[in-house]
Design a protein around this ligand. Sequence first.
Ligand code: RP5
Length: 168
Amino acid sequence: MQTSTEPPRVGVIMGSKSDWPVMKHAVDMLERLGVVYETKVVSAHRTPDLLFDYAKSAADRGIQVIIAGAGGAAHLPGMVASQTPLPVLGVPVESKSLKGLDSLLSIAQMPGGVAVGTLAIGKAGATNAGLLAAQILSLSDESVRDAVAAYRRAQTQKVLDNPDPHDE
Ligand code: RP5
């Protein structure tokens, strides 16, 4: 849990509390890179008015990137993108019946003219959404740029230091 007093720069929203075990990986990455964020459950179908309020007010509140995760008929990222000029990163959450293929297609197949950057299904997608959000911020924030570079260096070094696949 983040305790920063700075205003959040990344909004991490999800269609249901049940999405949190996946979406927490986006938050973990943002925390690791020192990016201040906020989290909220916003459902395209169960709370459509809240969706519109959130999307329309986000930029004025200082949010610079929105990460939106949803599963099944995953309309949240696309609908948020339709109501904000901010970049929206969509995370397809694994669904019980179709294992997230439904979520992936719902998020990726946007009509031309309304953009959502779609990530991979599940944990990898959420992790990379956090990383990509930080990389977007790093275009104008040197400290985030340094944090991303340090993360990438450590990741590379970890592989180089453990080349034997038999080791834990
Ligand atoms: C979507 O429906 C949510 O994003 C979630 O992935 C899925 C199921 O929601 P719950 O029924 O678990 O609340 O809107």
